[in-house]
Write a protein that binds this ligand. Sequence first.
Ligand code: ACO
Length: 311
Amino acid sequence: HDEAAQALFDDLIAKDSRIEPRDWMPEAYRKTLIRQISQHAHSEIIGMQPESNWITRAPSLKRKAILMAKVQDEAGHGLYLYSAAQTLGISREEMMDQLIEGRARYSSIFNYTTPTWADMGAIGWLVDGAAICNQVPLCRASYGPYGRAMVRICKEESFHQRQGFEILLELMQGTEAQREMAQDAVNRWYWPSLMMFGPPDDQSPNSAQSMAWNIKRFSNDDLRQRFVGMLVPQAEVLGVTLPDPNLRFDEETGQYEMSEIDWTEFDEVLAGRGPANAERLRRRRQAHEEGAWVREAAHEYARKQAERALE
Ligand code: ACO
């Protein structure tokens, strides 16, 4: 029986078709998806913090409204993704416990601080730009609920990326101090945004299998290359300098050459020792505790509804 199920699964993957929640799937496939989708969901939820930091201090009512909408979108992305992960048999509570107990990973990028308004521009342009590069191919992920969630998320991410670009453009057309602030933010966010794509291909334990299962479509390094290729002309329009003196396009290989990424920094952030890891988790735990009454009310409501249905 299992062999027939495995053959059916292999056939669906070979045809580049989709696996749906009720289909049989290998345990390792399920586990990989739960890992990636829950990490992704946590990233969206933790990712609300660096920007919500600026909602009360946005420079105008218009900017405040845009930033609030953006942070709210991220909450929505987290919810679609938690829902997609739930279809694989893990509960929301379990994922939340993993996060607040510090047992789950979330993207390294959200462990950096946002000291200036220009960081809102750099996050939109670089962080959401990297997210789009990484996530557009995920719209074709073999697991149906994940791929479909990514379609909507990517549409919203493009708006986020453009609003970030526009913040930087306005700063770059402003005073000398504003231009310096924008450049400083780009200097601080550039390297961490390249790290978002994950370790180099030869040190990425999950890539080969995830690509064979049509979850990932491109390797970490290939996506990093695409991202840099997208940034170079946009940096020119903005008038900002990408902080890598060795960055150049090699006509022969068709690849960007760049300086070595500081993987020690990446490892430190993943080990929980980045600039804001402790603060992000502390704040997440606090929000979870403060939300206990909402969860209680929702459970009680569901219980009463179920009781009434039996009457
Ligand atoms: N931050 C934190 N952890 C990372 C990062 C990163 N930037 N990159 C890789 N890792 C972790 C992986 O999760 C994996 O850890 P695990 O085995 O304990 O789960 C380990 O490093 C090795 O990496 P890979 O073998 O390359 O892992 P994988 O094949 O899962 O690729 C990637 C990593 C590219 C992040 C992939 O999981 C992915 O595409 N995820 C979906 C997108 C996503 O999560 N984006 C979040 C940020 S964007 C946003 O939220 C706005």
